[in-house]
Design a protein around this ligand. Structure first.
Ligand code: NCD
Ligand code: ZN
Length: 498
C-alpha cells in the first residue's frame, strides 16, 4: 500500500496507535493532509521528515461538540484565534461552535460574520446555527450557507436567547428530520428556573449554592423528556448538551431503547466536580446546568461506560475575570474555559484506571465524529483519514495553571489541579498546530470548516403526513367549512316579553 508513495511528508515512528477496539504499536505515514499508511515500521515509505514517538500514544484529535468562541460579539471574553489556539494546545483538532454570539447565528449575515472570524482558526470547525422561533423559516438557507447543525436553547443561559416555544421546536424538528441534520439542545426547563430564581433573589440569596437551588435536576428531567418526545415523533436527530444529572439518565436510557436517534455529551465538570468544591472556587463555578452534589459524579461515568452518554464535550464558556467574580451569584456570568484542559483531566482518570485509553478515544473523538457526520475522515487514525492526531505522553505529570491558558478567559475550577497525561503535539490535517507543548503560531488560519466533508446518515423522518407542512391543504372532497352547506339550523327562540 505504502509503495504507491515515493516520498511522504512525515513518518511518526514507534508510537502506539489508539482506536476504540485496540492499541497497536505502529508507525504512521502522512502525505499532505492525509494519513497514507499505518503499519509496521519496515513498511513505511521514505519521508521528508521523521519523528520518533517511542512510548507515546497517537490519539485521533479530540472533537469538541460544544465550545463558545464568542466571536462576533464578545472579543473581550474570547476570539476565534484565542479559542482555537486553546483547542490546538489541548489536543483538540475540531470544534463545534455555539450560536449564542452577538449577533446570534440565526441569520445568513450573522453566519457570515462568524465564518469571517473563523478564518483565523487553528482548528477545524463546524458551526451550530440557531434554532428559535424567528429562525424556523430559514433553516435550509443557513445549512446551505455553511452551518453543520443547529442548537436550541431550551433553558435560559448566557446570551438570554429566548427558549423556542414547543410549537416552534417541533416545526424545526419537522424541517430538519427529512434532512438528517442533528440539533443540539440545552435542556433545562426555563419556567421553573425563572420562578425559583425570582424567589431566591427576593429572599436575598446570593451565595454559590443558590444557583443550584434555582436549577434542580427536575428541570433537566422535564426538558430532556419533552425534547425527546418531540424529536422521536418527528424522527429528528438530537444531541443533549452538557448532561449534568444522574437523575435524568433514565429518560435517555428509555429513549435509546426505543431507537430515538439521540446523542449525549457530558463534561469533565459534571464528572469530576461537585458542591464540595463550591467553597474553594465560589462563583467561578457558576455554570448551566449547575454542578451538582457528589452523588451525580459516578453515575455519569457509568453512563459513559454503558453508552447512555456518548461523548465528552467541554462547554468551553469563557468570560472575563470581573464577570465571573461578582459578589452576587446571580450576577456572575455562567461558564468557564475548558477546551484546553479536557484532555489532561481525562487522561489523569485513565491513569487512575477509571476508563481505558480506548474508552477515552471513543468518547473524545469517535462518537462526536459519528454524531456530526464526519467519521472516517476524522475520528480515526487510518489510511485516507485526515492526519488529525494528538500525540500524548501518559506519564508526564503537572499542575493545571490558569495563567498558562491560551484562552483570554482564565478563571476556572481546574486551576491548581494535579494531572498526569498531556498532549505534547497536535497535528491538524498533516500540519503541527502545537509542537512540544507550544502553539505553532504560523498555523493561524489553517483550520477550516468541516461542512465539505460532512455526510449525515440516511434521514429517518416519522409522521411526515402530520407535519405542519403537510396539513395546510383541505382534503379533496371535503366542504371548505366545518358546517356542510344547507345544514338545517334550529330556529332561534326569542324570549317572551314580561
Ligand atoms: C454558556 C455560555 O457562557 O455561553 N454558559 C454556560 O453556563 N454553560 C452557555 C451554555 O452552554 O449554556
Ligand atoms: Zn448550554
Amino acid at each position: 500500500m505504502s509503495t504507491h508513495y515515493r516520498e511522504v511528508d512525515l513518518v511518526i515512528r514507534g508510537a502506539k496507535v489508539v482506536s476504540p477496539d485496540q492499541i497497536i504499536e505502529a508507525s504512521v505515514a502522512i502525505a499532505g493532509e492525509h494519513i497514507v499508511a499505518v503499519g509496521h515500521d519496515d513498511t513505511m515509505p521514505p519521508a521528508r521528515q521523521e519523528m520518533r514517538a517511542d512510548g507515546l500514544y497517537l490519539l485521533p484529535g479530540a472533537i469538541d461538540s460544544h465550545v463558545h468562541f464568542r466571536d462576533p460579539g464578545y472579543p473581550n471574553k474570547e476570539t476565534w484565534r484565542t479559542g482555537s489556539a486553546a483547542a490546538a494546545c489541548g489536543g483538540v483538532t475540531t470544534v463545534f461552535e455555539m450560536p449564542n454570539t452577538n449577533p446570534p447565528t440565526g441569520t445568513i449575515e450573522a453566519l457570515n460574520l462568524k465564518l469571517k472570524a473563523a478564518e483565523s482558526s487553528y482548528c477545524d470547525f463546524g458551526i451550530h446555527g440557531l434554532l428559535g422561533d424567528d429562525t424556523i423559516d430559514h433553516l435550509e438557507d443557513l445549512l446551505e450557507a455553511g452551518v453543520t447543525s443547529f442548537k436550541a436553547f431550551v433553558g435560559n443561559t448566557f446570551g438570554n436567547l429566548p427558549s423556542p416555544t414547543d410549537g416552534a421546536l417541533l416545526e424545526g424538528f419537522e424541517k430538519l428530520a427529512p434532512l438528517g441534520i442533528r440539533t443540539v439542545v440545552h435542556a433545562e426547563n426555563s419556567s421553573i428556573m425563572a420562578r425559583r430564581q425570582k424567589r431566591l433573589v427576593e429572599a436575598g440569596r446570593m451565595d454559590v449554592h443558590a444557583h443550584l437551588a434555582a436549577r434542580p435536576s427536575v428541570c433537566e428531567i422535564e426538558a430532556i423528556g419533552r425534547v425527546l418526545t418531540l424529536a422521536e415523533w418527528a424522527g429528528a436527530r438530537v444531541h443533549i448538551a452538557h448532561h449534568s444529572a444522574a437523575d435524568s439518565l433514565f429518560v435517555i436510557r428509555a429513549a435509546k431503547l426505543r431507537g430515538v436517534d439521540v446523542t449525549v455529551e457530558t463534561c469533565p465538570q459534571y464528572m469530576l466536580l461537585s458542591t464540595d468544591d463550591f467553597t474553594r472556587f465560589g462563583g467561578i463555578m457558576r455554570v448551566n446546568p449547575p454542578i451538582r452534589e457528589k452523588r451525580h459524579n459516578q453515575p455519569l461515568w457509568d453512563a459513559l461506560m454503558d453508552g447512555t452518554i456518548d461523548m465528552i464535550a467541554t462547554d468551553h464558556a469563557p468570560h472575563t475575570d470581573e464577570e465571573q467574580t461578582r459578589a452576587d451569584i446571580f450576577k456572575c456570568d455562567c461558564g468557564f474555559p475548558g477546551v484546553e484542559t479536557q484532555m489532561p483531566l481525562m487522561l489523569t482518570e485513565v491513569n487512575r484506571g477509571r476508563a481505558s485509553l480506548m474508552d477515552y478515544v471513543k468518547w473524545s473523538s469517535v462518537a462526536p465524529a459519528k454524531a456530526w457526520g464526519i467519521y472516517g475522515t476524522k475520528g480515526v487514525i487510518a489510511p485516507g483519514a485526515h492526519a488529525d492526531i494528538a500525540i500524548v505522553d501518559l506519564n508526564r505529570s503537572g499542575v493545571l495553571s490558569q495563567g498558562k491558558l491560551q484562552s483570554i478567559s482564565k478563571l476556572n475550577p481546574w486551576n491548581g489541579r494535579a494531572v498526569q497525561g498531556y498532549p505534547l503535539h497536535t497535528l491538524l490535517r498533516g500540519r503541527f498546530v502545537m509542537r512540544d507543548g507550544k502553539l505553532v503560531t504560523d498555523a493561524v488560519g489553517w483550520g477550516k470548516s468541516v461542512k465539505g466533508i460532512q455526510k449525515m446518515p440516511t434521514p429517518q423522518p416519522r409522521n411526515t403526513h402530520l407535519y405542519s407542512s403537510a396539513i395546510l391543504e383541505t382534503p379533496a372532497g371535503t366542504a371548505p367549512h366545518a358546517l356542510p352547506a344547507g345544514y338545517p339550523l334550529p330556529a332561534v327562540e326569542t324570549e317572551a316579553a314580561s
